[in-house]
Design a protein around this ligand. Structure first.
Ligand SMILES: *Cc1c(COP(=O)(O)O)cnc(C)c1O
Length: 472
């Protein structure tokens, strides 16, 4: 950094290469080809400004101006960084499998292949091949979802928040919707049940108390203006102690007697029993429908393991209202999503291979013993690379499902735990995140923890950590 420290600033400024000489250099030609002349000029400008700042502040030229090779290497690096995709793969070792900020569910190879095909070629999105007439874009998914859940019909939108908005807007606008006080959920962001009601033009009628709601509370609240009774799955919290809620089959009976629809926001929903992983059973749409719920909504990218989507399943007549509502046009899914969703749902027809085909199931299925074995290997390989500044050990930890699902259930897991002197740990965390394939962990108890349950490729992760250790 301190090259030519004896020169005066004027001499240093004069020694800077000119824009024209840099642009004309042989080494610039391939960069010009790759990034375009405009981008190359912008980058050169930025670097020259950086150099001028360096002179002003340190009375020296930056080290990358020491030779022409170093200058062009630095320029190439700068351009590469500027053009690197921000949505690139990371190692999610946070201990949260369905991490909303890291894109929730990872998808199966079949889903990836399906998306690639519809990106590359035309596809009969709204076209019935046999009849040769216009079809409906939700059809590809509908027949599968109906088979899997026993629904009469289905409607697919952008996410579950959209699904709830569409259900309420289409079925209950201008009417009262009865909800238990214990279920007035905030999902995060601006999604709160009372706000979504208002947005849909419904009047929220709260019944019961926060901890207890009874059948008579619902009964007493029904008027001639009732549009629906709504159940909301309290996915991201759990009320314990002196509690009571009315189950769907009891409410289903009440609603049938009174001729009002029963609708349910399931949140995650799951099409498969999760108890085999040591998780709790998440309420399943097929069970809800069997219990007499008329419309059930759930997410595509939570425990289903597919793309971001909102699925609404239920009675044909009500789904038809949703499909013909103007909001549906605004909330409909793109062909990429529908292709991924169809491929994901197909896996559910073969439960024997589900846990190996769907990445989130594969991650749930990992045993702690298997992870401990991996961790021991990592510690042995990496300790010499990170020593003496950082110490490394394998520790037991707990993995969360994430996305607000099952907040009080955890899977026993194993983490690589890095420790160091105070201050060094957060620097290490930053260093891990600055890699071209960022490694994202979490700091707890003065350790940087990398929960191995979230790893996608142990070999690649080891390689990434070796590089990071060598440059830490
Ligand atoms: C997650 C969740 C939503 C929102 O679903 P998105 O797919 O994220 O839009 C709505 N309701 C409940 C109960 C949820 O758990």
């Amino acid at each position: 950094m301190m090259t030519q420290v004896f020169d005066s600033p004027e001499q240093l400024y004069r020694s800077l290469p000119s824009m024209d000489s840099l642009l004309a250099a042989d080494a610039s030609q391939s960069l010009k080809q790759q990034y375009g002349k405009g981008e190359l000029k912008t980058a050169i400008n930025q670097l020259l400004q950086q150099a001028r700042r360096n002179i002003a502040e340190h009375n020296s030229l930056p080290s990358w101006l020491a030779s022409s090779e170093m200058t062009f290497e630095y320029l190439a690096q700068h351009l590469q960084q500027q053009h690197q995709l921000s949505l690139r793969p990371v190692h999610n070792l946070t201990g949260t499998i369905l991490h909303t900020n890291l894109g929730r569910s990872q998808q199966s190879e079949a889903a990836i292949e399906a998306v690639t095909q519809v990106m590359r070629y035309p596809t009969p999105l709204e076209f019935e091949l046999q009849a040769g007439k216009r079809g409906h874009r939700d059809n590809a998914v509908s027949s599968l979802i109906n088979r899997l859940t026993g629904a009469e019909a289905c409607c697919v939108v952008n996410n579950n928040a959209a699904a709830v908005l569409l259900m309420l807007s289409s079925v209950c606008a201008g009417k009262e919707v009865i909800v238990s006080r214990g279920e007035l959920v905030e999902i995060g962001g601006a999604f709160r049940i009372p706000d979504i009601m208002r947005q849909a033009g419904c009047t929220l009628v709260e019944v019961g108390a926060t901890n207890r709601t009874h059948l008579r509370d619902y009964e007493n609240a029904i008027t001639e203006n009732t549009g629906a009774i709504m159940k909301v799955h309290t996915s991201n919290y759990h009320i314990q102690g002196f509690t009571a809620a009315v189950d769907e089959s009891t409410l289903g009976q009440l609603c049938r007697e009174r001729g009002i629809p029963l609708i349910s926001d399931l949140g995650s929903g799951a099409l498969t029993d999760l108890r085999r992983f040591g998780l709790k059973q998440e309420p399943m749409p097929q069970q809800m429908l069997a219990d007499g719920v008329d419309l059930v909504s759930f997410s595509g990218d939570k425990l289903l393991g597919g793309p971001q989507a909102g699925l609404i399943v239920g009675k044909q007549a009500l789904i038809a209202k949703l499909q013909s509502h103007p909001l549906k046009r605004a909330l409909r899914c793109d062909k990429l999503i529908l292709a991924a969703l169809e491929a994901t749902l197909l896996h559910y027809l073969n439960p024997e291979t589900l846990d190996s085909e769907l990445p989130i199931m594969a991650k749930f299925a990992r045993s702690q013993a298997e992870l401990a074995e991996q961790a021991a290997h990592f510690v042995a390989q990496l300790t010499p690379v990170f020593a003496p500044k950082f110490q490394l050990q394998a520790v037991e930890c707990q993995t969360q499902v994430g996305s607000g699902s099952q907040p009080d259930t955890h899977l026993p897991s194993v983490a690589l735990a890095f420790s160091a002197q105070t201050g060094e740990l957060s620097k290490l965390e930053q260093h891990f995140k600055a890699h071209s394939r960022p490694v994202i962990g979490r700091i707890a108890n003065e350790q940087l923890l990398l929960d191995l349950r979230g790893a996608d490729d142990f070999e690649l992760l080891l390689q990434t950590l070796r590089e990071l250790g060598a440059s830490a």
